[in-house]
Design a binder for this molecule. Structure first.
Ligand SMILES: Cc1cc2nc3c(=O)[nH]c(=O)nc-3n(C[C@H](O)[C@H](O)[C@H](O)COP(=O)(O)OP(=O)(O)OC[C@H]3O[C@@H](n4cnc5c(N)ncnc54)[C@H](O)[C@@H]3O)c2cc1C
Length: 492
């Protein structure tokens, strides 16, 4: 009798290019399983918007499976408990899942699953999901491995054979205890259509318009949430991007427009996705501790609660910073440059240790992906020890990315009566100008909570001292060896 196969879906909620599902189906009758784990939703990064998206994604997966003749078994509870229930129903089985590069909680949970399987004589196969590799000691040869992972073809199974098991009766109405503001999500959004739309229409000015929050929402692919929930496979995105690049290459020069540069810029971002997750895979401790330990103690004791609260609420007195935070609060997404600026402002201007700002942003980002998130947050706050300190000037960003103040006026309506250039630095407006604009600084809108020039000078000096120290230099060498990109796949 062939042994039953069980596919445990996690952050890979799709049927296309799903290595674990294909492996299971090719070996026998398969049960598709999703487990709603109450403890997962108690983690400090969980929020209501993640739950909204997860519910939508699980619902879509159930529909996709139905179309393929199968059904999704959804259980509520601890995974070991659910596995024990399935063991009672099926006897021994073969469990398949994708490798997950997750937070400490999911890592420990996966280890418990492996232990449960070995204790119960259940085979547990973990399959690679992204171009991220387990057990790497350094980055030599990483780019080559990434490419070969992305080139692989996962053939769909033509005649799938399914098993079924009852779902927990009330899973459709089950609700975790999560907080935060809800966001508007588009039900029934088709991931493939979103990708096609970007690669065929929206993406032509990607590299030119990705940096401003006025243009980025349509110029960027907006695939991140689909990738984070796994509704779309990264390999599928990479392969389709390569195919589009090949098509564009064959066009006459006058037909190419700005597509070649747009697609090259996009393709490098897809590479970064796995590059950053690989850092987290190789060093999961960066979820809670500085990548460069020479930075320990630099900010930890200076945490200013009032400044943190002002930053979270979008009330720092810096209009562009506040507009970005309020937009993110309302929508669950913002473009890369503005994410970097928000972290830079918290880290250098407000001198906040990155951990609590990182958790706050994780709850706000609909596309929260731990591997990218913690690696990027540490990079933007200077604690990787290897990257150039990038201290964003919030006023320069404002005049560069929102020159006429349209974005600020939309998201900080208190300032709507001010025209550009005054809107970028309202504290410089005279009393009369403030009254005419209907906004008195310090009453209707806060005065800046810090002086950017003073704060950034002080932050730069403190970091320079750490990096010049013996500990800083030792950190640098070991971090480059472990995490530094090897451009072109060359060895160190
Ligand atoms: C502090 C900080 C935290 C971040 N946290 C997350 C996160 O939790 N989840 C997340 O998906 N992205 C994160 N990013 C990276 C980036 O901002 C988002 O991937 C991007 O804005 C998502 O929008 P998009 O899908 O339209 O991206 P596009 O610009 O269209 O890029 C396509 C895809 O490439 C990848 N990508 C793009 N930029 C980056 C980058 N700089 N680093 C790594 N991968 C990238 C993403 O998978 C993205 O979906 C973070 C960046 C910063 C500075």
């Amino acid at each position: 009798m062939p042994i039953p196969q069980v596919v445990w879906f996690k952050r890979d909620l799709r049927t296309q290019d799903h290595t674990a599902l294909q492996a299971a189906l090719s070996q026998g009758a398969t049960l598709a399983l999703y487990v709603l784990e109450p403890h997962l939703w108690e983690q400090p990064t969980a929020s209501l918007r993640h739950w909204q998206l997860l519910r939508e994604a699980v619902g879509n997966l159930a529909i996709e499976l139905q179309r393929a003749g199968g059904e999704l078994c959804v259980r509520v509870g601890a995974i070991e408990q659910v596995l024990s229930e399935l063991h009672l129903q099926f006897g021994s089985f073969h469990l398949h899942a994708h490798e997950e590069t997750g937070e400490a909680w999911t890592y420990a949970r996966d280890q418990r699953v492996a232990q449960w399987c070995s204790q119960h004589g259940v085979q547990f196969s973990e399959h690679r999901n992204f171009g991220v590799f387990r057990g790497l000691k350094d980055r030599d040869g990483w780019a080559r491995r990434w490419r070969s992972h992305m080139q692989a073809h996962v053939a769909p199974v033509t005649q799938p054979n399914w098993l079924s098991a009852v779902s927990t009766a009330d899973w459709q109405t089950w609700q975790p205890r999560v907080s935060g503001e809800p966001i508007t999500i588009t039900p029934g959004l088709d991931p493939q259509r979103q990708l096609d739309d970007f690669l065929q229409h929206r993406g032509e000015r990607y590299h030119l318009e990705m940096s401003s929050p006025n243009t980025a929402p349509t110029a960027c692919s907006r695939l991140s949430t689909l990738l984070a929930t796994g509704r779309l496979s990264m390999r599928q995105v990479v392969q389709q991007t390569w195919a589009t690049q090949a098509q564009v290459k064959s066009l006459a020069p006058e037909q190419k427009g700005t597509w070649p540069r747009a697609l090259a810029a996009f393709q490098s971002r897809l590479h970064w996705h796995c590059h950053f997750i690989q850092k987290f895979e190789s060093e999961p401790a960066i979820e809670s501790q500085n990548m460069a330990r020479s930075c320990d103690g630099l900010r930890e004791n200076d945490f200013n609660e009032g400044h943190f609260e002002a930053w979270c609420k979008g009330e720092t007195g810096f209009p562009f910073v506040d507009a970005c935070m309020r937009y993110l609060n309302a929508t669950g997404w913002i473009n890369f440059r503005m994410r970097a600026m928000l972290v830079s402002f918290a880290s250098y201007d407000l001198w906040l240790h990155w951990r609590r700002p990182a958790l706050h942003l994780a709850r706000l980002f609909a596309d929260y992906e731990p591997g990218i998130h913690f690696s990027q947050t540490q990079m933007q706050s200077g604690t990787t020890g290897i990257n150039t300190l990038r201290i964003y000037n919030p006023i320069k960003q404002s005049t560069d990315q929102d020159p006429d103040g349209h974005f600020i006026r939309t998201w900080v309506p208190e300032l709507a009566g001010l025209s550009a250039p005054m809107i970028h630095t309202p504290w410089l407006a005279t009393q009369l100008e403030q009254i005419a604009a209907g906004c008195r600084i310090g009453q209707d809108y806060p005065a800046p909570i810090v002086d950017h020039a003073v704060a950034s000078r002080s932050a730069r000096a403190k970091f320079s001292a750490v990096r010049a120290s013996a500990a800083g230099k030792t950190d640098r060498n070991s971090i480059v060896a472990r995490h530094g990109s090897r451009k072109g796949g060359s060895r160190r």
